[in-house]
Write a protein that binds this ligand. Sequence first.
Ligand SMILES: Cc1ncc(COP(=O)(O)O)c(C=O)c1O
Length: 413
Amino acid sequence: MEFDVDRIRKDFPILATQMNGRQLVYLDSAATSQKPRQVINAVARHYRKLNANIHRGIYKLSEEATAEYVASKEAVARFIHAKSYRSIVYFRSTTEAINAVARAWGDANTGSGDRVLITEMEHHSNIVPWQMLAKRKGAHLDYVGLRDGSELDLEDYKSKLLLKPKIVAVTHVSNVLGTINDVKEITRMAHEAGASVLVDGAQSVPHMPVDVSGMDADFVAFSGHKMLGPSGIGVLYGKEDVLEGMEPFHGGGDMIRSVDFQESTWNELPWKFEAGTQNMEGAAGLAAAVRYLKRLGMESVREHEKKITLYALEALADEHVTAFGLGRDRIEERAGVISFDVKGVHAHDVAQVFDSEGIAIRSGHHCAMPLVTRVLGEPAVPRMSFYVYTKEQEIDSAIAAIRKAREVMKLSS
Ligand SMILES: Cc1ncc(COP(=O)(O)O)c(C=O)c1O
């Protein structure tokens, strides 16, 4: 099937709106994606037709709401090739999912003097929970360094594994560099060294085929809002036996089997980790997002983004604009995220000129301060990021905005 971007764009009502008097050009999908009407409708349909608290009612509407919720987990499990929906826990976001692992798994499995291994290209979501764990437990937090500020240094990784970390937590795709890490090999090496593995899939699951069973990581976390779904719902995939062996993260309603005055016992998977009333409309919307992406085909989504990314990298090179991360010759290892530097123009000025042209990009440290400030040595960088609705003409608009930013700066200096 041909990847018909113009047709896809018709599904996204927001893309027809204006920003600053111009047709919106949305190049900030790494921050959050836009939503197709199929997802918007699924959320509305939940409220219109299926709104009742799940698990609790013995009336038909509640049973139907529960069935919709379970079906959402089954759809997500199939989407990432998990063996069963028992491995799929819903949290608010990637951030909450990683915090859950750092608390519930980390507290039980790390002690004083133990090591936790992460990398210099992590988002704050995959740094701060581990720093907090290390503080609570008196553990050491080690970092895998980067080569040329672009990719993980696997020799450094090997040497850090010799320190026998309890867990390796690594991003599948960097939200700043767009680098795709070989998480299957990283996981294999970690397991060989006796470490568990958490993969931050926030920037990979929405954009490429991801097979959590093949990858063999113990945990994978990702967010609904970055994959065409609603915000406020995120996924923690965990291997069943690993989740079985863990204590819950939150306590409250529905996560229990029985409660007495002093003691409680836990519900079965995945409910043991979901305390209190859940984001039921979010689950309905996420299932619709998964259906939408499946219909496009994740191979095709990846191919489209590769094409757009290559087009943008070539256009930036023609403008002599530095793009961070791997070069065009390594496009197979690059996702649709480009942070760049327009020489002589501050990142925020670039973003402001883009804004005046109706183009939404992000500028800053992108919640990866150690990477941006320490590794790249920049206070802030502008970033463009792409998705299923991104067209080449939008990259042309971005290039025109870069020229304008240079002009404006020349005039004001
Ligand atoms: C690589 C990566 N990890 C984690 C997150 C956090 O996602 P959320 O804010 O949905 O928890 C992001 C969001 O930008 C990200 O890009």
